[in-house]
Design a binder for this molecule. Structure first.
Ligand SMILES: Nc1ncnc2c1ncn2[C@@H]1O[C@H](COP(=O)(O)OP(=O)(O)OP(=O)(O)O)[C@@H](O)[C@H]1O
Length: 313
């Protein structure tokens, strides 16, 4: 559904050259739900804009929904939906009329556009709001309208740029429920950017991480966490001296009276680890294991935390 090779975009601002995207290779198969993650300025939006034909690549190639983005941008646009970070509904029409009008713009007949609008109003639980103006909707309702507008022409592939950013936790959960529902109903391929690591972890079946214009990790959240981060064992000792000895003996880094250690399978490794420390006369007062997060993956790859970024409120 998406095949990109060496996709690159350089911006020239006065005398400065900004290499926003540096030669991305990417293949997304039909029906996948892919979360595209990265810190601020990593190149997520620029990649999305190239794949959706809003921005020409400086070099490299991409076919999206079977059409080449450079040679047939109109063909790509007819087959994809794009939900950007800004609202896509105007204020001139009521919610349902806006959907019908945009359907007509895509070439649907009057009856077909009306039927499609009603179908999407139902799917996205917007039917009770059909006669409201977009400006009167809540943030979450408005985002659902944006998604409905992105789907009006029955695209095979939907791009969503930060679909849940700026919403309260309940509305975020609600948007996800609707995203999953539309996937189940239509089998739409979904490619979305998000700042929320837990959402990518629990909802997406594939996570692609971009940093500094390059893809640095690509796989299921589980694979990335197992392969790149590993589990954690954290033990607490009575004294700082014991913590230092525990780190020398069993590995890991001591910080005060705690020692954090990375292992492939913490639950299996913990008993042996405790026996070793006990044998050396080190008194462990507490021990816990933790599964890694996607942030641990990013940290392992770059030495930085993804959550150091400002997450838009
Ligand atoms: N029109 C532009 N002109 C100059 N530089 C740009 C332009 N658009 C983006 N950039 C730069 O390209 C780099 C990548 O930006 P991009 O918006 O793709 O990042 P992002 O990962 O989407 O970030 P965010 O999470 O903050 O939205 C940044 O350094 C940005 O400043």
């Amino acid at each position: 559904m998406i095949h990109a090779r060496g996709l690159t975009r350089v911006f020239k601002v006065k005398k400065e050259r900004v290499e926003a995207v540096r030669g991305i290779d990417l293949d997304v198969e039909a029906g996948q739900l892919v979360a595209f993650l990265g810190p601020n300025g990593a190149g997520k939006s620029t990649t999305l804009r190239m794949l959706t034909t809003l921005l020409p690549p400086t070099s490299g190639t991409a076919t999206v929904a079977g059409r080449d983005v450079a040679r047939d941008p109109a063909g790509v646009r007819a087959r994809i939906g794009y939900v950007g970070q800004r609202n896509s509904a105007g204020e001139g029409f009521l919610v349902r009329d806006e959907l019908v009008t945009q359907g007509r713009c895509y070439g649907l007949g009057a009856r077909e556009a009306a039927a499609r609008a009603d179908e999407l109003l139902d799917l996205l639980d917007l039917a009770p709001l059909a006669r409201r103006r977009p400006g009167t909707l809540s943030g979450g309702q408005r985002r659902r309208l944006d998604i409905a507008l992105g789907l009006i022409h029955r695209p095979d592939l939907l791009f969503l740029d930060e679909p849940s950013t700026g919403l309260d936790p309940k509305s975020r959960a609600d948007i996800w429920q609707h995203i999953l529902r539309l996937r189940e109903t239509y089998g739409t391929t979904l490619f979305l950017t998000t700042h929320y690591l837990e959402e990518a972890d629990s909802m997406a079946e594939r996570v692609v991480i971009i940093d500094n214009g390059r893809i640095i990790a690509d796989g299921t959240a589980g694979q990335l966490k197992n392969d790149l981060a590993g589990d954690h064992i954290t033990i607490t000792t009575s004294t700082e001296e014991e913590a230092r000895r525990a780190a020398d003996l069993g590995g890991g880094a001591a910080d005060g009276t705690t020692v954090c250690l990375r292992v492939p399978n913490a639950a299996a490794a913990l008993p042996d680890h405790l026996r070793t420390l006990d044998g050396a006369g080190i008194k462990v007062t507490a021990a816990e294991t933790a599964r890694p997060t996607l942030d641990d993956v990013f940290l392992a790859l770059t030495g930085r935390s993804l959550t150091d970024d400002d997450i838009p409120a």
